[in-house]
Structures are given as structure tokens and as C-alpha cells.
Design a protein around this ligand. Sequence first.
Ligand SMILES: Cc1cc2nc3c(=O)[nH]c(=O)nc-3n(C[C@H](O)[C@H](O)[C@H](O)COP(=O)(O)OP(=O)(O)OC[C@H]3O[C@@H](n4cnc5c(N)ncnc54)[C@H](O)[C@@H]3O)c2cc1C
Length: 456
Amino acid sequence: MAEYDAIVIGAGQAGPSLAFRLAASGRRVAMIERNKAGGTCVNTGCTPTKTLVASARVAQLARRAAEYGVVLAGEVGIDWPRVRARMEGIVARSRDGLAQSLATTENIAFLHGHARFTGPHRVAVDDQTLTAPWIFLDVGGRAAAPPIPGLETVRWLSNSDLLRLDALPRHLAIIGGSYIGLEFAQIFRRFGAMVTVVELAPRLIPREDEEVSAAVQALLEAEGVTVHCGAKGLALAPAGEAVAVRIEGVPEIQASHLLLATGRRPNTDDLGLEAAGIARDARGYITVDDALETSQPGIWALGDCNGRGAFTHTAYNDYEIVAANLLDGERRRVTDRLPCYALFTDPPLGRFGMTETETEARAAGHRLLVGRRPMTRVNRAVEKGETQGFIKIVVDAQTHRILGAAILGVEGDEAIHGLLDLAHAGAPAPVMQRAVHIHPTVSELIPTVMGDLQPA
Ligand SMILES: Cc1cc2nc3c(=O)[nH]c(=O)nc-3n(C[C@H](O)[C@H](O)[C@H](O)COP(=O)(O)OP(=O)(O)OC[C@H]3O[C@@H](n4cnc5c(N)ncnc54)[C@H](O)[C@@H]3O)c2cc1C
């Protein structure tokens, strides 16, 4: 049995950073990965999709070139093999750089294989058995496929499959109108495909407030994406080379390709957690305490598999919490972080915290003040010719603490950070009113919105 000071399972967004820190502290670390270094984010998630968002944005701007007085000869075309090659090049650089660092860092044994517990502190990888007093799980998740009638009779794609297509779809149907589905909807529409989004909930991205959902739907529809919300009686069937998507009250949709973007499930079913006495919740997420330790002392779960976040930045923050607590003598907690994220449509949605209509805000007893400004009244957006969306800030009427914000608009994914930092610091909203922001930027209007809060 090979003995280590620490075993890290999964080279996603928390594991490698932790392995490097542990190794730098002189500990001998086994880092185990069954697939590709970098995990979902680098290989099939954030990195490839954001390269596609960039290509799609260039295509869209090129189509609008004349509005800016720019003359382009001929139609805008998409060279999918070159789009893919650009994506794959950027992904490979990131993945290979990480794999190389893991393979060459002193004190790290980078092992390739599927890890499975055979006891509380015993892990099998192929025919090897490893043991360590500290074990860290960063096993991530994968696309979930819900039980849709007829699903087993048709060819469907996951987000990973979609990135490997040899040719662009003629008509892409997407089941699931949430973050992943909507990014792909806009990308492939801008690449020239017909796109139909089918969502069972009454509106897109149902976790957002209605104003945000409606605005995102409107901007996608303006580009020619067809959206069916509140879909009833969804069923699938083969139709020659195509897939027939059937919904009550809607003519049958014949799609050349079908993407399932219906959520994710954790990679915890084949990890032997029972052998280690590690508890999972009903949805399969590993149960952790506020310091991310599992029900088995000396074993921690980080990233998507603990159900406490579903983003690269939350996985990385999990690493920071665990490293600070174990190596720096701190007492950091996962509940100290503010939930934040972006939807990387164009324009993007930057978000954190509660929103006006969130029952959470009212249930928590807050009286709300809300500030709003449409992007049509943001100079920089007007100058850029990108005036879709709005800024919306929600403040507690009594304490003036910022409860949440949404910036749907050009640079919304960046501009949100000023507000996020203020909320993180626990500073009251009026603090920002005295800040001087750079003109002309989207952020420059945020103090103005703060000065114009209205009771909700
Ligand atoms: C299409 C898409 C777009 C996304 N875009 C964004 C975005 O823009 N911004 C953002 O913040 N997040 C985004 N995400 C989410 C983000 O990718 C994840 O939150 C992030 O990758 C989670 O990191 P992780 O370390 O928890 O898991 P992962 O990155 O999934 O890594 C887990 C690793 O563990 C390995 N593994 C699993 N089980 C075992 C085992 N038994 N033995 C050995 N190895 C194992 C896996 O092979 C994998 O490499 C996106 C996700 C998708 C699918």
C-alpha cells in the first residue's frame, strides 16, 4: 500500500491548486485524475464555451458592421472547423499546461485512473491501493438526462458532445432554458443554425426574477431563437435523420440535433463512498459542514460535488477555504461567501445575491429598496450601440446593505464586481454614491442608481 500525506481525487478546479499548496508545504501528495486535467471547466465547460461566445459575438458584430459605418464585402460566414480549432487550441494550452505542472511538481505523484474508496482512508486506483490521513474529493459532475418519453429512441447530445460536432447543426433543439442551454442557444443561432429552446418551467432561467427572464428571452428572440416555455407533454421520437420534439399545442419540431441542457449530477455514484462512510444527500451531493469536511473526519469535498456551488469560482473558493483552514490556521467558512455568477449571453448577465422578487429576501423579513436604470440611459452602452438590458440593485431599506444586483447589459459580467465587493465588505449602499467612477463606463452609473433607490 502506497502511503501519502494527502490524496486528491479529481484534477478539476479545486484539486490541483490544493495539491500544489500541499506539495509546497512539504507534504507528499497523490493527485488522481481519470480523464483530463482541468476537469469540466477547462475541457468542456467555461473555457471552450467562452471561446465560442467570442466567435459568435464577432459574427454578430460583423453582421451589424454597417450600423457602425464599417464596410464588409459579402455575407458573414462561419468557418466551423476554424472556430473549433481556435477553441481546441485554447483548451489544449490550458489543459496541457496544468497537466505538465502536476507531472513535474516536486512531492506530487500525478496518477491517471479511476479512484474508488475501499475503506475510510483507503483508495484504489487500478491495481494500486493508496492511503493518507487527509483525502480531498474534487470529482465534479456531469450532464443529467431526465426521463423524457422517447429519449431512449433518439440521438441526443450533451454539452460535451456539442463541442465535437464535425459540422454546424441545421436546426438545434435545446431542452432546458437555463444557463448552459441559453449560452449555446445564442452561440449556435449566431453561427447560423435554427435554434429552438424548450423549457418546462413557465419562463426561462426560472431562478432569476421575472424582469431578468423576460429580458433575456426578448434578446434571444430578437436574434431569431424560438422559445417555448411552460412546455407540456414533452416527448421525443426519431424522424428519419432528425429528432421530432413534440409539445402540446405546438407544431412538431424537427431538429437535426438535440441538446439536453437539463442540469448536472455529481460524480459520486462510482466513488465507493459507502466503503468510506461518507454521506450523500438525496440528490447524490456529498454532505459537508461549513469547512467542507465530510461525515468522515479527515476527508473533505470541494467543488461541484458538494452541492455548495456549481461554478469554477466556487470550486476555487472551496480550495481557498480548505487550504486556509488546514495550512494557515484560519477558520474560514463556506457560508461567508456571497453567491455570484454570470450568464454569458451577449450581452451578459452579472448577478449576485437576492433579487427584488426573490421570496428569500422577503421571507428573511427585508423591506426592499430597488434602483434601476435601462442600458439605453448608460452612455457607454449607447456609444457602443449595445443598449439591451438594465442595471438593477436591491437594498435593504433599514440597514442599506446591498442584498443583490443584476446587470444585464454590455460589460455586465465585469461591472457587477464593484457592487459585489461592496456587499462583501458589508458596506452600506450610500458609500458608493461618493465614489468617483471613470467616464464613460457602465460602472460609472452605479453610484447614480444607488442615489435613486425606490421602495419596492
Ligand atoms: C457548458 C458549461 C459551461 C460552464 N461555464 C461556466 C462558466 O462560464 N463559469 C463558471 O464559473 N462555471 C461554468 N461552468 C461550471 C464549471 O465548469 C464547474 O463548476 C467547474 O468545472 C467545477 O469544478 P470541479 O473541480 O468541482 O469539477 P470538475 O471541473 O468537473 O472536475 C472534476 C474532475 O474529477 C475527475 N473525476 C471524477 N471522478 C473521479 C474519480 N472517481 N477518479 C478520478 N477522477 C475523477 C473528473 O474527470 C474531472 O476531471 C460550466 C459548466 C458547463 C458544463
